[in-house]
Design a protein around this ligand. Sequence first.
Ligand code: HEM
Length: 123
Amino acid sequence: MAHLYPWLKLAHMALAATSVGLFTLRLLLWEWQGARPGGWLRVAPHVVDTALLLTGIALAVLWQLSPFALNWFGVKLLLVLLYIALGFAALRFSRSAAGRRAAGAAALLTVAAVAALARFKPF
Ligand code: HEM
């Protein structure tokens, strides 16, 4: 299994970048077009995010990381849940442009913290 690690990690990081890119694109298109973007932009993020989750689980299994430990990984998972909730708040449940922008900005800040925790593993 260990020989898969570099590829798994590369895939996970590429999927993470794609996920954030698609989310940002949906926020911007909604801003510019005044309507929620549909079509492939509604479907693709689910595929990417499922693959992101699966590669993350595979990495955690490889490193035998517990989701309940109070280290960078446990905190990262909590922040991933917050990112998902804020994403729903912005793209599905927002009732005004101001609410959508606030939730969208908070989601982007949260996912930046997720990436920083994963990169620097400070504790
Ligand atoms: C928004 C979601 C996510 C983002 C943006 C993200 C981002 C990243 C990034 C950038 C790295 C590489 C850090 C480095 O440079 O060393 C990483 C590593 C890792 N991620 Fe994620 N991730 C996300 C979700 C997940 C999930 C859901 C899991 C587990 C269920 C997970 C588990 C891991 C593990 C175990 C590593 C460590 C790999 C290593 O450093 O050897 N990630 N993540």
